[in-house]
Design a protein around this ligand. Structure first.
Ligand code: SF4
Ligand code: SF4
Length: 363
């Protein structure tokens, strides 16, 4: 059945995952739960860890017509995904965001926004803006609160945004980048940090959804951050549930079937991750792309095995490949598939072999 010499030489990854996974594991993960639109890379802040190297000078912004076509196409999914807005600072494009929130709501899609809260002036203004967005179809307000943001955005603005969002009736999420003491101190240390920073009681912090995040060496962080948390007990052998489930549109019009750190890499090195340039694509074409990405072999493998196990399999296949010896997490391991040309080349060859094998299996 397996006729080509190359495939006999190394059945490789196909054996690797068929030996460990039921076929249904690869077939059932076909839901797009969220599309994220990076409205702009411009931002009033210049945080040290920013993966997009956002700043007041970065002018890249999404074409609203492209964003509308993506929302329209995504609304054909069943159930339709949530629409997320981020950046850069998405509130720098409040008018366009409001228009897109309404456009999504008309198609049965709810929205959420991730912001630094730099846009906040006072409680009344924040409440009015957020109440209006809620009325348009926004359901969630997420703000970042951590040691990287507070030098640029006053913690009082973050607190005002959180309280105004809660008062307006939005679901509130707090994203925070963990340092070592927060990582090893667990939930209590994270809550204590947020309570002290926001000047709010710990009981209030516990009412909100808190997402502790690990800082990853990509974008500006590569030069500006030196306190990454490399936890030796971290299980790197996990699949990525986000691959193809969360689809992101970059300000350059590129579609990524993930929401990870690879978005911060230069598009010319992120070819394995970029599904398409949506700049000239019609709604029908984008809808077809969204269907196709559900069976993209690379992302299926990332879902099932995770980037680290794929990386180790490539390394087993070609021991000459040099890879880093530690990663802060799965997205960090994924960066090898962008910034490491030898890994990219081996991955492309391997995916081609696996695709041939699967085609032969199906024949
Ligand atoms: S991390 Fe967020 S707030 Fe900070 S510079 Fe980047 S986009 Fe702006
Ligand atoms: S692990 Fe890889 S595929 Fe998953 S979200 Fe991170 S960068 Fe994207």
């Amino acid at each position: 059945m397996y006729q080509t010499p190359e495939l006999r030489r190394d059945r490789g990854l196909a054996d690797f995952w068929t030996g460990r996974l039921a076929g249904t594991d690869l077939l059932n993960r076909d839901r797009i739960s969220s599309i994220t639109i990076l409205l702009t890379y411009r931002c009033p802040a210049t945080c040290d860890h920013c993966i997009f190297e956002s700043s007041p000078r970065n002018k890249a912004k999404v074409d609203v017509a492209v964003a509308r076509r993506l929302i329209e196409a995504a609304s054909r999914q069943n159930p339709p995904p949530v629409v997320g807005f981020s950046g850069g600072e998405p509130f720098l494009r409040l008018k366009e965001m409001r228009e897109l929130v309404l456009f999504a709501a008309e198609r049965g899609m709810i929205s959420e926004v991730i912001s630094s809260s730099a846009w906040v002036h006072d409680h009344a203004q924040a409440r009015a803006v957020l109440a209006d967005l809620l009325a348009c179809g926004m359901k969630t307000y997420c703000t970042s609160v951590d040691r990287f943001h507070t030098p640029f955005v006053k913690a009082a603005k973050m607190r005002t945004a959180i309280l105004a969002a809660r008062e307006a009736g939005l679901h509130v999420i707090v994203n925070t980048q963990k340092d070592e003491s927060m990582h090893y101190g667990g939930d209590d240390a994270i809550v204590a940090y947020l309570a002290a920073t926001l000047d709010l009681p710990e009981s209030v912090i516990r009412e909100f959804q808190v997402n502790p995040l690990v800082t990853t060496p990509v974008g500006r962080a590569r030069d500006m951050v030196d306190d990454y948390v490399y936890d030796p007990s971290k299980d790197m052998n996990e699949g990525c549930p986000m691959a193809t489930e969360i689809v992101t549109l970059s300000p350059y019009g590129f579609l990524y079937p993930c929401c990870g750190m690879v978005l911060g890499e230069k598009p010319e090195t992120a070819g394995l991750f970029i599904q398409d340039d949506l700049g000239t694509r019609s709604v029908d074409e984008i809808a077809a792309i969204l269907e196709e990405l559900k069976s993209d072999l690379f992302f299926k493998i990332l879902q099932a095995l995770g980037p680290y196990r794929l990386l180790m399999e490539l390394k087993r296949r070609n021991p000459a490949i040099a890879v880093r010896d530690r990663y802060v997490g799965a997205c960090d391991a994924c960066l090898e598939f962008t910034a490491n040309p030898a890994v990219v080349e081996e991955a492309r060859a391997y995916l081609q072999e696996c695709a041939q094998r699967l085609a032969l299996d199906a024949a």
